[in-house]
Design a protein around this ligand. Structure first.
Ligand code: NBP
Length: 480
């Protein structure tokens, strides 16, 4: 066949990715969708693109050069399995099947095993940047075998976003590594969005500024160390006026945040790995809390300070404190996210270059930010840095943001303004740097009710106190 690459699934993501591929020199793109109408619409709307349409899986296979290379962009879950089965039916061993959907990484591990056992190459690939990214240059996170990367690498580099001269794509690691990293990317995105929302809320309540005025503040922040896509679009959203009512759009939008589940996956996986991604968890739970309108309705009368009574005396000083608190909390959220990637790599045997991950997020994706250069520098200096927070640049930043961060958390608590991500990131930070934690007491409690034993600070071994006996200590076997 004439096409060097194919796309299956021509909803918004697939058709934009197909258009992106077709716009690059040297690509001829085979396109296929289960129901014919989406294929017809794509061809009609973009006669300029060099598409080779197929209307059956057989035609699709026949239109591709060997080894065939096809990217699946369909709904994650069963639809992805169904398409993989169809492609294996019409493809031949050695062909490359890529899943570009938002698949759970454990599904990808399972699929790669089954598909590669049948002799085909399988690549699970995270695609970030939404519709716009897919069309103009996404951040791409392919997993899969090294052999597939040889064929796929040049094609992916040609369509990826470019940041500081480098394409936003790297071979993340084997099997589910790409989808794992994409999952954590989305988790970090949840945390970043929640932090920005808390910053907006505190400034609005504390200073009485209008959303349009706060848009100017965010636009200003976007020229400094917080420069990022999310800060930029926050200004756009805050500046928007509702045509129907003349009010700020943000004031007519129902305050219940939706979620498609990738934040929850990140938190569930972190729990399994034992990694405290408290910022991502708080952000995910904050969305759940917002969506429980029925509970919020009955809880509205609970005692506590009224946020309406809160005003700051020095608005400019407060805004700067909030900016610093946002930066400090953001450092924590990213540090936690990279911690999860490190733990996932150790658990699943992936060799993930954390610096390379931070670099491919600098363009094309939702969390793209200046700040990612600082993370890349940290991992360049020390590839297996155990805690990102401890890199010199971040130590300096946490030093100068400290006081403001604590002040903002204190103010939010006394004013009754929820700032779960600001405050939990500070608690995490203080927990991490604490010399002694009350975990010692928890070990005592566990030993009391469950004979779970404890270690001592002054000698080796495992111990148990005979709580229901004479309360002497005995040496115990470490079985609990
Ligand atoms: P959707 O997730 O809405 O999926 C629709 C596509 O799946 C259609 O082409 C549909 O074909 C096809 N499909 C279904 Br449903 N069941 C199928 C089956 N059994 N066999 C064959 N095709 C089937 O599309 P999307 O919003 O373009 O997203 C595509 C993927 O990209 C998803 O995994 C999504 O999570 C991910 N995504 C990523 C981002 C991002 O920022 N990275 C954004 C949005 C989506 P039909 O036309 O015949 O019904």
């Amino acid at each position: 066949g004439p096409a060097n690459i194919g796309v299956v699934g021509l909803a918004v993501m697939g058709s934009n990715l197909a258009r992106n591929l077709a716009s690059r020199e040297g690509n001829t793109v085979a396109v296929f969708n289960r129901s014919r109408s989406k294929t017809d619409e794509l061809l009609e709307a973009h006669p300029e693109a060099e598409f080779v349409p197929a209307f059956t899986y057989e035609e699709f296979a026949a239109s591709l050069q060997k080894p065939r290379t096809a990217i699946i962009m369909v709904k994650a879950g069963k639809p992805t399995d169904a398409v993989i089965d169809e492609l294996m039916r019409v493809f031949e061993p050695g062909d490359i099947i890529i899943d570009g959907g938002n698949s759970l990484f454990t599904d990808t591990i399972r699929r790669e095993k089954a598909v590669s056992e049948a002799g085909y190459n399988f690549v699970g690939m995270g695609v970030s940047g939404g519709e716009e990214g897919a069309l103009n240059g996404p951040s791409l996170m392919p997993g899969g075998p090294d052999e597939a990367w040889v064929t796929l690498g040049p094609i992916l580099k040609s369509i990826a976003a470019v940041a500081e001269g480098e394409p936003c794509v790297t071979h993340i690691g084997h099997d589910g590594a790409g989808h794992f990293v994409k999952m954590v990317h989305n988790g970090i995105e949840y945390a970043d969005m929640q932090l920005i929302a808390e910053a907006y809320d505190l400034i609005r309540r504390g200073t009485g500024k209008t959303p349009a005025e706060i848009a100017d503040i965010f636009a200003e922040w976007n020229t400094g160390e917080l420069e990022s896509y999310l800060i930029e679009i926050t200004a756009e959203v805050l500046r928007q006026t509702d045509a129907a009512t003349g009010k700020p759009l943000v004031d007519v939008i129902v305050d219940q945040a939706g979620a498609k589940g990738t934040g929850a996956w990140t938190v569930q996986t972190a729990l399994d790995l034992g990694v405290p991604v408290s910022g991502i968890a708080e952000a995910t739970f904050a969305r759940s809390l917002s969506s429980h309108r029925e509970q919020r309705d009955v809880a509205g009368g609970l005692p506590g300070p009224s946020p309406e009574d809160f005003t700051v005396t020095d608005a400019d000083a407060f805004i700067e404190q909030v900016r610093l608190a946002l930066y400090a909390s953001k450092i924590v959220a990213y540090s936690q996210g990279f911690d999860e990637i490190r733990a996932g790599a150790a658990q699943y045997g992936w060799n993930i270059d954390l610096g390379a991950v931070s670099k491919i997020w600098r363009g094309g994706c939702i969390i793209r930010a200046q700040f990612l250069n600082r993370i890349a520098e940290a991992y360049d200096a020390e590839a297996d840095l155990p805690v990102l927070l401890t890199a010199p640049y971040f130590v300096e930043a946490l030093g100068r943001t400290q006081d403001a961060w604590r002040e903002v958390v204190r103010i939010s608590a006394s004013a009754g303004i929820p700032a779960p991500a600001f405050s939990s990131s500070l608690a995490y930070y203080d927990g991490l740097r604490a010399d002694r934690l009350p975990a010692a007491l928890i070990q005592g409690q566990r030993d009391f009710f469950g004979a779970h034993t404890y270690k001592r600070i002054d000698k080796d071994g495992t111990f148990h106190t005979l709580w229901s006996g004479d309360r002497t200590e005995v040496e115990a076997e470490d079985t609990h």
